[in-house]
Design a protein around this ligand. Sequence first.
Ligand code: 13P
Length: 251
Amino acid sequence: MRKKLIAGNWKMNLGPADSAKLAQDILNAASGNDKADIVIAPTYTSLDRVSGIIHGSNVKLSAQDMHWEEQGAFTGKISWDMLKELNVEYAILGHSEQRTFFHETNQTVNMKTKKALEKSLIPIVCVGETLEERESGKTNAVCEDHVRGAFQGISKEDAVKCIIAYEPVWAIGTGKNATPEQAQDVHAFIRNLLKEMYDEGAASTIRILYGGSMKPDNAAGLLSKPDIDGGLIGGASLKADSFLGIINAAP
Ligand code: 13P
């Protein structure tokens, strides 16, 4: 039985003071909550403050990205050991906003995923189609391309440590979530693909999260589907109430 995981991606929102307050509010409300694994991903400049607040609790820390090199001349980038020093345990990789605005490709997602695994960070690998791709019937093909690209050369032993997030680009920040049935179809497709790439055991172990306008009022429907193992939440993770509402919607 896969435990649900609810992750908040704060994107480029909240400075250190506001992040600390939100982290404290989430901790106050979610401390000891066993309904789901809980992860929050503040901006880099807030990681240190937030880390100090949630350290040792059931609320875990994620970065929003990570570079594949260990150090060096990569202006603006952050490496795994800088994250580990702050007790970061997860890294969101291949987010569609990285793919759209910052030249993220399957190849760079693959390099980041391998490095994260090598250094014991848990990758949250994001995949998903644009509206145009969905309307032209390419949803499964795009997701397959993203999954195969990200997991290229990764062993089954490592693959089972990863988390996948299916985030249809047309649902992100639009208020238009995929219906539970639409999301379940794609999640089942991805799980079947993992079975083909690895085996039944790996496919039934890897958690697949849904992301895209998930809110307290639509979360229960999505989270009740058999292949939806949690959520990667943007807008609704910026308020403790709505983030907790989603956690509590987990069956
Ligand atoms: P929203 O929940 O704001 O649609 O964002 C989803 C997302 O991109 C999480 O990574």
